[in-house]
Design a protein around this ligand. Sequence first.
Ligand SMILES: Nc1ncnc2c1ncn2[C@@H]1O[C@H](COP(=O)(O)OP(=O)(O)OP(=O)(O)O)[C@@H](O)[C@H]1O
Ligand SMILES: [Mg+2]
Length: 228
Amino acid sequence: MTILECTGLSRLYGTGEEQVKALNGISLSLEQGSFTAITGPSGSGKSTLLHVLGGLDRPTVGKVLFREKDLYRLSDNQLSILRRRQFGFVFQSYNLVRELTGLENILLPLMLDKRAPDDAYLNKLMDILGIRQRLDHLPSAMSGGQQQRFAIARALANKPEILFADEPTGNLDGQTGRMVIDLLRELNRELGVTLVLVTHDLGVAEQAERIVHLTDGKIARDSGGANR
Ligand SMILES: Nc1ncnc2c1ncn2[C@@H]1O[C@H](COP(=O)(O)OP(=O)(O)OP(=O)(O)O)[C@@H](O)[C@H]1O
Ligand SMILES: [Mg+2]
């Protein structure tokens, strides 16, 4: 069953001579429970595609359907509720809230929804990510790798249906990076979380069922679920 689908996506930035076509006619259909890696050179449109698919950046042309619901025809409020309940997003630049501690950052999406956390699940996440000792720290007192781990925990706290992750292992050492990918694969297998992961790392991309390779805002190659 298709969970997320986009057709004819283009995203232009700027105007006139300065105009950049970050995405140029992308159509893609993702199966529920699948694990897809998006690869491509710097500037090829990976982050832009992830933001547009995740309901964070309106495409100039084209549409995105989540369970047949047209994301960008929802009201801003409906879209932010959908994102908070059904999507998880790990940003390339983490985007933790600077005024909140690590733990408060993780719990924020649940609190906004007045939902009780699943303590056993959160404890397991925090153990795997190795962030228990930093729960009371502000992001400014954390290294890049630590902020990355909190950003991953925050994105997973609501048990999202789809996790969008932009270079989630980019700032982690090799061993932690592998543990994070193992955790994501386990969530994919056990909870059926659909994963869409942007990565430069071929070793990480190889873990996915499907590899979509972008160049110049277009799909240059798509293994179409045959990367296994
Ligand atoms: N907010 C913006 N304003 C103007 N141009 C932008 C903006 N965001 C992205 N671009 C441009 O769109 C193109 C695609 O950028 P994008 O960030 O999606 O690439 P990427 O594949 O994620 O690169 P990287 O691997 O370096 O993260 C680039 O040419 C970039 O300069
Ligand atoms: Mg990027």
